[in-house]
Each structure stands twice: as structure tokens, then as C-alpha cells.
Design a protein around this ligand. Structure first.
Ligand code: SF4
Length: 889
């Protein structure tokens, strides 16, 4: 703990890896602020990071080991896990067991899990949910560089004259990096080009937006490579000295002429020409790419098509230039480094390389070493479903919701003979299938290191009290390893000792042969580990801190030290639209949510911006289908069906729709979007194609829509459609039913959990002609619940109504509640745009229209919106644009 009780730690959400200062409060929450000294964020935090303190506490936690539905002690649980793994291995071999881990666990946890599986069990069946996030970047790096190396640093985005963002909604998915880029653009006039099928919030700072057709990236970058050659922009000196394979890559690139590139990408020749000219004419160019590139059946080729252009121009590893993969998860990079992927060994060593296997095995003095790649995530769960994996240990991830074909994953878990889940939550869609549940430490309780997207290793530190029986993931694995008879190799007394061992392995027989070397920390004592400041690798022993970029002067980690051009023939998306499935579904993240919301849904203010799962569709498509914003729609693919609220979104390409990945069965009746996605993967990386699923969309016929508020959890299971969110005073919920109930008041009481509660006074309003039924429940003067129902989506001022929950309401004001709108001088703030200061859309529009604000900064001065984390500034910009448009229209 540092000065004033503040602890320096790292945000557990995205791959930006922001430094956080945290101080525990007595009530289980914590004060949070950005660490001004952390080089990733220099004090900034986004909406998710700012709300971290509100997501903590023991509510909903798994607090004790459980076997089936029975509490047990750790010894009994660990004995059972070890025994079942041992029996399974003895009967069916090492490949009949598997670990599925997560970019949420720490590098020390990853190291221990990987050591157990690959060195002692003798199987490489350990994979991570990072497979879903950036495996194509890993594969592309390895093909081009001979190693999984991110050549540049965040500073390059600030030093560049041109930043090209491909398949990256940086504004929502890496918000602090977006803020750094926005600030650099204001300072230096950096040009920004966004290549994305959707007009996302990131486009607010774009000089050019190329709304590319899904899957068109390889064609676009092949065309760019040909253009760079034709324009005389090949750096022939660099190419001759440090690379090989340009001829073949260029010949492949030239297979498509401009017309073909236009046809594949859906872009005009003028737009493509403007993009090519900007890149050709700008030495300092950084290309940032993320899930839009990686989550594709041609993801690895997309990565290499981008890298090819940087190799050809020698724009790599120098300030302000290079290809830059930004990772989704806080420790996706640490997992890559410690061997969390089924096709890697620890410390960036290769399973396929006998010399690397020898180094790792002799370092570990292990009885065996896996010699063949294990099953990658999608294949792993198919093997579970096929009965080939018979014992599975899942850590800190929720595959029943997050993997493609999620219903098949759930079915596979259901039939798996033995499933262990280590997690912090007592219940999620994966937990429900566990035979053994093990309580893990949450963020704020655990202690270790993570690596961000720019190779910077930072500490996550303990500052909060854990439930007494929760244990670190590395400890859980180590205890099972001991019970399997491998105690001596797993006898660490804490994460510092694991980190030392890992650091020593990175330097073992390295001598510059491998990119990852942090052997400078192999002797780090407990005090040094406790005080460890963020640092970038490599940091070899005996070498002073060195340049933080790679490959400016060659030095690739291939046998001849040359970077490789990779020929990338264009391949279309694996599936395409048809009469039965006429729309292509893109999936992704929302601004204020994280993964399956087990953490972010706990913070009411993070639920204000998007409280319900929606489907974005172009207005022309909606009109053609006879549906409109506010309708509930069924979205069906060959793999599953979900029900979402329609939002007409002009930024969507016609023929394509977008849905968020976050909702689970705990929060919505039928919104597990990954049930729609087919388990089709890139053949090299094994990463699934999550952004191009053919679907059908149709109106969901319902008899009534509802909006409910309650101070306690609502009883929802039997009432058709629901999407529930926490509010400051309890819960809010959107509802719908296929049939009118016989008795509306009975329905209201049932939903609000007040069926037998005589102590509650129920105020009611009915208009049978229009189908309106409204109820407000009072205990004494206090509003404890409300239900508004109508034939159409109910017109209620939701933000205002939710704020009344739990308040004493004077008798004269109660009818106002049934009207669902504030009266008199009280203003309706509208849906919340700024989560930090809870500023609503109506307040922002008033600042624009009445206050004359023409910039996000001006709105901030008047209404405070956007003045903390800045994540909503893009949306404020859109409201300003809309107001301007209305004026001129
Ligand atoms: Fe956390 Fe936001 Fe920083 Fe990502 S950008 S690490 S979510 S604070």
C-alpha cells in the first residue's frame, strides 16, 4: 500500500492495461483513480475503469469450494479434482483432459497452468479464451517475424502522421488509447483513416471512413501493396537487407485489379485511391488492427496482408510507424508469453521445435513435455462434446456464453463426465454445469503481473479483503499438481517466486535468439516484486534497458533473421447471405460492458448507456421488413435464435446487422448472441469467424410490452421476454409477453415479487381501449416497484422513473408516477450518455440547442458530460452533428 492508503495496480478489462490507483472502502467497494505515473494511461481511465470500485464486494460471489450443490473444504475439493484427473489420464491418456483458461488470469497463473499441462500431464490441451480475441495476430506475427512480437509502442500512435484503424472500434474497445490518439490529432493534426463496415464512434475522429464489406481486408491491403510498388514506395534497401518473399506476395497481390478490389470491398475507386495515396505519401504510418481483422476465417492472412505493406515500405520498428495489434483482454499478451495457447510452449518457445522442447523440459526437470499441439478452443469444446475430453478445468471464463455455437458448448459441458470451474461468481451459464466449483480471488484481491498490448508488464496488486476461502488460481493448480505427485516442481510460496522462475526461463539459452527475455528479473526478491514498476520487454540480464521497438534494423526471429512477406490470396468469408439468411451479423462490444457482464453489470452506472441487448440495422432494411426502432426482433441463424430490441442505425451497412456479445441468461431471456455464430475458424490460427454470420431477422410478435422497476430482484422466468439491469435503487427491466394476462394486477404483483405481500399498496391505472396498464407499489410512502404495460413499447421516462425507486413520494405526486413522466419544473434527463456524471441525452441536446455548444468540450463546460473519462465524447459529437443537420435541413 502506498501513500494515503492508495495501491498502484492495473485495470482488469482491456489490453490497454491502464494503471489504477485504488483505495478500499469499508463497505467492500473502493475509490478508484487513474495512475498519473503509468505510461499506458498517464492518469486517464475510461468509463469501465472509473467504475471498477462499484463492481467489487462479496454479493454474488462464490465463497466456498462446492462439490455438486454441497459446500466442502479445500482438501476434499482438490483431492477429488486430482483423483478424477488422474483416473482419466490413466484410463484414456493425457489428451483426455484439458484446461481452458482466460485472458483474465495473471501471468503467474498462466505459467503454472501451462507447466502442469505441458510438462507434467504431458498434453498441450490447454487453451485460452484469448484464442477468440487475437490468435490470428499471433499467427500472423509468427509467419512474418518468426516470433509473436508486437514491434511498436503506444507512443507510435502519437508520433505518427497517419493512423489507419482496421477492424478496430478503438473509441469503445480501447478507450484510453483512443483518447491518446484524439489528443495527438488535436495537437499535431494526425490524419486518421477508419476501415470498418460500421460507422462506429471511432469514426468521429476519422478523416476518411471506408465502410468495407465484411471480409474485404485482404483484397484492400493486397491492392495497397501493389499500389505502393507501382508508386515507387517500396523501400528497396530495407527489403533487400532484411526481408524475403516480396516477389511472390506482390504477384499474389496483383492478381486483383482495382475493379476487383472495388467489387470485393464494396468501396468506390475514389475512396480506395484516397486511402492508398495517403499511405503511399506518409512515411510515419501506423496500422492498428483488432477483432475486426482477427475474428475471421481469413484472419491470419488479413494480418499478414497488413504487415506486408509495412515490410515493403520499411515502416516498422521506428518511431511513429508499424503494424500494431491491440489485444482485447488485460492479459492476453501475458498468456501468449507464458504459453497459454495450445500450440505454444512457455516463454515464446515453440512446441514444434525440438530444441525449444529440450530447453523447457530440462529447465522444468519435468518427466515429459508435450510434443504435439493441443486442441484450440473451438476444437477443444467439440472434443468435449464428442466425448474425447473427459475431464475439463475452466478458469475465469464463461464459454457457455462466449464461444461460437454456444448452445453446443453448453450441451458439451452437460455431458462431460467431470467439469471443474474456478471463478469468482457463484452462478453463470458455465458454472451451472460444473461438478466442482472453486472460489477464486477477484481483481483487487489477487497479486501478480499482466502484459498489455505494447509489451508492458505491470503489477496487479492486492488492496481489498478476499472472502476467507477464496484462493489464487496458481495456488489451486499447484495444489492439484502436488496431489498428482509433482509437488517439488510446484512448491512456490507466492507469485514473486513464480515470476522469478518464469523470468529465468525467458533467459534460458536465449542470448538474443528469442524476442521475449526478461531475465533481468530472474533474481527479483519479494521486496523488488512488491515494488516492481511497469516495464516493457525485452529486459535481458546484464543488458541495460534497451530500445522498446523491434525490427527497424531487421533482426527478425526467423532462421535467416529476415522478415517474411506472406502471399495472401483473397478468400471470401466462409459463409455468405442467402434467401433464407439474408443478413450478415457482426458481433462485438459495447462502450460500458465487458465480456459476459459478470463484473460490469454490477455497476448501475455502467448499465445506463445500453440497458438492453439491441440489434443495429440500417433504416432502409428495417423499412423493407416493416419493422422499426423499439420493435422486438427474432434473429435466427443456422445455429440458434435470439430476441433483441431493434435500433435503426444509419451507420450500419445495408444488408448487415450488429449485436453485442455481452448478455447472458441471467440478464436477458434469450440474448446469448454467440449461440448464432457458427464454429468456423481460420485454418492457421484457429480463431473463429465471429463477424460474418448469415441470419434472418423478423418481428417478434408480442401482445404487450412492459417496463418494470423494483427495489429487489424481479421474478422474471415465466413472463416471456425480459432484459434486466441494476439501478442505483434496485432493478429495471424491459418485458414483453405473447399473450395478455387474465389479470394485470396479478401479473404486476408476480413480476414484482409481491403476490403475497399485503403490506404494499398498489396504485393502478388502466385504459383498456389503448391497452395501457400501469401499477405503482408503495410500502408506506416509499415506491418499491412499478410496472408499465402497453401494446407498444411503453413511453416512460425511464431514467426519471428509475430515480424515484426507493424514494418517499408525497401523496399528491403519486399519480405522476403512473403517468411515467416528471412534471412541473422537473426535467427528464433522457437516456444516459455520460456514465461518469450520469448526464442524459436531453441535457446534452439542451446544451447544444439552447446553450449554443458546438464542440464536445463546450458541452462539457455546460453539462459536465465527457469531462472525466471521455468515453462519451464521440456520442456527444454525433448529437452535435444531428442538431446541425436538423438546423440546415
Ligand atoms: Fe481499463 Fe478502460 Fe484502460 Fe481499458 S482503456 S485498461 S478498460 S481503463
Amino acid at each position: 500500500m502506498g501513500e494515503g492508503g492508495w495501491t498502484r495496480t492495473t485495470c482488469p478489462y482491456c489490453g490497454v492495461g491502464c494503471g489504477v490507483l485504488a483505495r478500499a472502502r469499508g463497505d467492500g467497494s473502493a475509490e478508484i483513480k487513474g495512475d498519473p505515473e503509468h505510461p499506458a494511461n498517464f492518469g486517464r481511465l475510461c468509463s469501465k475503469g472509473s467504475a471498477l470500485g462499484e463492481t467489487m464486494g462479496f454479493d454474488g460471489r462464490l465463497v466456498t469450494p462446492m462439490i455438486g450443490g454441497r459446500r466442502c473444504d479445500w482438501d476434499e475439493a482438490l483431492d477429488l479434482v486430482a483423483a478424477r484427473f488422474q483416473e482419466t489420464i490413466a484410463a484414456h491418456g493425457p489428451d483426455s483432459v484439458a484446461l481452458y483458461v482466460s485472458g483474465q488470469i495473471l501471468t503467474e497463473d498462466y505459467y503454472v497452468a501451462n507447466k502442469l499441462m505441458k510438462g507434467f500431464v504431458g498434453s498441450a490441451n490447454i487453451d485460452t479464451n484469448s484464442r477468440l480475441c487475437m490468435a490470428s495476430s499471433v499467427a500472423g506475427h509468427k509467419r512474418a517475424f518468426g516470433s509473436d512480437t508486437v514491434p511498436g509502442t503506444y507512443e507510435d500512435l502519437e508520433l505518427a502522421d497517419l493512423v489507419v484503424l482496421v477492424g478496430s472500434n478503438l473509441a469503445w474497445c480501447h478507450p484510453v488509447l483512443f483518447q491518446r490518439l484524439s489528443a495527438a490529432r488535436e495537437r499535431n493534426g494526425t490524419r486518421v483513416i477508419v476501415i470498418d463496415p460500421r460507422r462506429t464512434a471511432t469514426c468521429e475522429i476519422a478523416d476518411l471512413h471506408l465502410a468495407i464489406a465484411p471480409g474485404g481486408d485482404v483484397a484492400l491491403f493486397n491492392g495497397l501493396l501493389a499500389h505502393l510498388a507501382d508508386a515507387g514506395r517500396i523501400d528497396t534497401t530495407y527489403v533487400a537487407a532484411h526481408t524475403s518473399g516480396l516477389g511472390e506476395a506482390l504477384a499474389t497481390a496483383r492478381a486483383l485489379d482495382r475493379d476487383a478490389v472495388c467489387e470485393i470491398t464494396g468501396l468506390t475507386s475514389e475512396a480506395i485511391g484516397a486511402f492508398y495515396a495517403a499511405v503511399a505519401g506518409t512515411e510515419k504510418t501506423v496500422t492498428v488492427y483488432s477483432q475486426g481483422v482477427n475474428q475471421s476465417s481469413a484472419g491470419t492472412d488479413k494480418v499478414n496482408a497488413i504487415i506486408n505493406c509495412h515490410l515493403a515500405t520499411g515502416r516498422i520498428g521506428r518511431p511513429g510507424m508499424g503494424p500494431f495489434s491491440v489485444t482485447g483482454q488485460p492479459n492476453a499478451m501475458g498468456g501468449r508469453e507464458a504459453g497459454g495457447l495450445a500450440n505454444m510452449l512457455a516463454a515464446h518457445m515453440e512446441l514444434a521445435d525440438p530444441a525449444h522442447r529440450r530447453i523447457v523440459q530440462s529447465f522444468w526437470t519435468s518427466p515429459t513435455i508435450a510434443s504435439a499441439p493441443g486442441l484450440k478452443a473451438v476444437d477443444l469444446f467439440e472434443a468435449v462434446g464428442a466425448g474425447r475430453i473427459k475431464a475439463l478445468w475452466i478458469m475465469a471464463t464463461n464459454p457457455a456464453d462466449s464461444l461460437p455455437d454456444a448452445d453446443a458448448v453448453r450441451d458439451a459441458l452437460e455431458i462431460c463426465p467431470f467439469v471443474v470451474v474456478s471463478d469468482v461468481v457463484a452462478d453463470n451459464d458455465t458454472m451451472r454445469h460444473a461438478h466442482v466449483r472453486l472460489p477464486a480471488l477477484a481483481w483487487g484481491e489477487k497479486d501478480g503481473t499482466v502484459t498489455n498490448s505494447e509489451r508492458r508488464i505491470s503489477r496487479q496488486r492486492t488492496f481489498a479483503t478476499a472472502p476467507p476461502l477464496a484462493r489464487a488460481d496458481w495456488w489451486q493448480i499447484g495444489e492439484v499438481a502436488k496431489r498428482l505427485g509433482f509437488g517439488a516442481a510446484f512448491a512456490w510460496d507466492g507469485p514473486a517466486a513464480i515470476f522469478r522462475e518464469y523470468a529465468a526461463l525467458t533467459g534460458c539459452e536465449n542470448g538474443g535468439a528469442r524476442d521475449l527475455d526478461i531475465s533481468a528479473y530472474a533474481q527479483l526478491d519479494a521486496e523488488g516484486y512488491a515494488a516492481l514498476a511497469p516495464f516493457q520487454w525485452p529486459q535481458p540480464a546484464g543488458v541495460p534497458p534497451q530500445e522498446t521497438r523491434f525490427f527497424a534494423d531487421g533482426g527478425y526471429f526467423t532462421p535467416d533473421a529476415r522478415g517474411r512477406f506472406v502471399a495472401t490470396p483473397f478468400r471470401a468469408t466462409a459463409q455468405t447471405v442467402s434467401e433464407a439468411w439474408p443478413f450478415l451479423l457482426n458481433t462485438g462490444r459495447l462502450r460500458d460492458q465487458w465480456h459476459t457482464m459478470t463484473r460490469t453489470a454490477r455497476a448501475p452506472r455502467l448499465m445506463l448507456h445500453a440497458p438492453e441487448p439491441c440489434l443495429d440495422m440500417h433504416p432502409a432494411d428495417a423499412a423493407r421488413l416493416g419493422i422499426a426502432s423499439g420493435d422486438l426482433v427474432e434473429v435466427e441463424s443456422a445455429n440458434g435464435t435470439v430476441v433483441l430490441r431493434l435500433v435503426e442505425q444509419p451507420g450500419q451497412r445495408p444488408g448487415e446487422v450488429f449485436a453485442p456479445i455481452h448478455w447472458t441468461d441471467q440478464l436477458a431471456s434469450q440474448a446469448r448472441v454467440d449461440t448464432l455464430v457458427a464454429p468456423i475458424c481460420d485454418p492457421v490460427s484457429g480463431q473463429p469467424e465471429s463477424k460474418a454470420t448469415p441470419v434472418a431477422v423478423r418481428r417478434c410478435a408480442v401482445a404487450w410490452h412492459g417496463f418494470a422497476l423494483n427495489t429487489t430482484e424481479l421474478a422474471l422466468a415465466e413472463h416471456g421476454y425480459f432484459a434486466v439491469a441494476r439501478t442505483a435503487g434496485g432493478y429495471r427491466c424491459e418485458l414483453a409477453g405473447k399473450m395478455d394476462p387474465d389479470n394485470w394486477e396479478a401479473l404486476a404483483r408476480a413480476v414484482l415479487g409481491l403476490a403475497d405481500d399485503a403490506g404494499v399498496e398498489m396504485l393502478a391505472y388502466h385504459d383498456t381501449a389503448t391497452g395501457q396498464h400501469r401499477f405503482a407499489a408503495f410500502r408506506g410512502d416509499v415506491l418499491v416497484g412499478a410496472l408499465f404495460a402497453a401494446r407498444e413499447p411503453v413511453g416512460v421516462s425511464r431514467t426519471w422513473a428509475a430515480e424515484q425507486l426507493g424514494r418517499a413520494i408525497a401523496a399528491g405526486e403519486r399519480l405522476r408516477l403512473l403517468a411515467g413522466r416528471p412534471g412541473g419544473e422537473v426535467k427528464d434527463r433522457g437516456p444516459i450518455v455520460c456514465a461518469c456524471f450520469e448526464v442524459g441525452r436531453n441535457e446534452i441536446v439542451e446544451a447544444i440547442v439552447a446553450g449554443g455548444c458546438r464542440t464536445a468540450a463546450a458541452v462539457g463546460e455546460v453539462a459536465r458530460a465527457g469531462t472525466n473519462c471521455g468515453s462519451c465524447r464521440a456520442e456527444i459529437g454525433r448529437l452535435i452533428d444531428a442538431a446541425e443537420l436538423q438546423k440546415t435541413g
